[in-house]
Ligand binder design. Sequence first.
Ligand code: ACM
Length: 433
Amino acid sequence: MNREFTCFLLLILTATAQAVVPGVQRDDAVELPKIAGAYTLAVKDEQCRVQAHDAAGAFYADQTLQQLRREHNGQLPEGLRVTDYPRYEWRGLHVDVSRHFFDMAVLRRMVNTMAALKLNRLHLHLTDGPGWRLEIKSYPRLTSVGAWRKKLGPGPHEWADFRIGPDFPEIYGGFYTQEQMREFIAYARERHVMVVPEIDLPGHAFATLVAYPHFRLPQFTLAETQCGRDILNVEHPEVIQFAKRVLDELMAIFPEDTPIHLGGDEVDTTLLSREQQRKFIQMLVDYLAAHGRRAITWDEAAENGVRGQWVMLWRPDKLQMALETGLPLILCPLSHFYFDYPQSESPGEPGAPNTFVISPQKVHSYTPPLAPQVLGIQANLWSEQIDSAERLFYMAFPRAAVMAEHAWGSPRRPLNNILLDWQQLLKRWPIAR
Ligand code: ACM
């Protein structure tokens, strides 16, 4: 494990060790709480004692120990006693690899960085209108056609005019083979990061429709399906078959404990009624459940009446609705955790157009609702305007370091401390820039 990685963990640890969670004084706690990733660490008479219930806890403790030794010239600070554990089981980061493609080397860097921040879920938005990014053997055109597009010119794009297909003189794109994905899942797992796949259904499907045009809504030509009309015709029996075959392959690639995200967002209800959407997504949630698998959807599906899944809440005004469903929630409200939005008002600051500033201060000001059904929080990196690895990391950090504080520990830690830690990490380990 590399040096800077463990150094940073101590910085987080130091902060969380000081944190006060209702009813628990972490730095004085004796008992190791039965929480995944929890550990205790005690140094006495030059001996170190670590306790953990699971491999994640041992992983975090081990990193901390290595760091302590380095920070103290090979010694451990006498008398140190820490009980450390996460607030949420889901500490997520989402990367949209459809609008722009990021190869496995970039994703591995992202996982390394996440592990340093104790983030543990990497949600990959694998499909959307501008590209399908995972090999599906039963539908090869998804990637032979749908993973490629005409290269876009420089500058911001409205995403109204991209062209899908492999036959342009200048093409852009890429996809992950199943073998690459399996290797990556294992790599991430060693760092206690679960890779969570999303196949966005039934909307955001332009790449799918160019590959398989007969899946489109019958009232539109293929050309007319761009811009929000790129919706699968859920009444077509082959579309149902298609979705199930794709899920079969996902279930074979991703380990059993990994939920599968079905999307379900932003489908025009005048084109596909709420009931049509509900029936389709519910069938897929149930299909996964019948195979012992958990589904996730965006909050629209919950609003449409789908049940049995975990819900990712991105529209802040839907929180009450989502709470009332009683479904487990992962919160990624666009008000605080859409990291494709600009992070400052500086002229030239990159970010999605027609949005607002989400500064590190704003992320820090977030107050997670104290509801037992909240599994965790997540930040989302939509990549319409993120066309390089450098830009991806620029948009992600340091905001994700601030979000990680909410996810793991205490929001009371001053923002400046978090930012200073991030700078120290970067100096020692130039992951991001
Ligand atoms: C979303 O931003 N459409 C989930």
